[in-house]
Design a binder for this molecule. Structure first.
Ligand SMILES: [Zn+2]
Ligand SMILES: [Zn+2]
Length: 67
């Protein structure tokens, strides 16, 4: 399971979170301001506010996604 650091766009609080492999995570609860942060642009909160995108790890390890 990959981990990313999400920076809250509202308060700047950084927190580590596990990046789900099977699904895109559209929202997360910020422990700093207690707000639910929603992804606005790309695919998930990691791509929008994280230090890495959710697909970075998958590309590097060449994981085959079965749909
Ligand atoms: Zn926050
Ligand atoms: Zn994503």
């Amino acid at each position: 399971m990959a981990e990313g650091i999400i920076t809250c766009p509202k308060c700047g609080h950084k927190q580590g979170a596990e990046i789900p492999e099977a699904v895109c995570q559209f929202s997360y609860l910020c422990f700093g301001c207690k707000e639910t942060i929603l992804s606005e642009t790309k695919c998930c909160v990691f791509c929008d506010y994280g230090d890495r995108s959710c697909h970075t790890e998958k590309k590097e390890t060449e994981v085959t996604i079965v749909e």
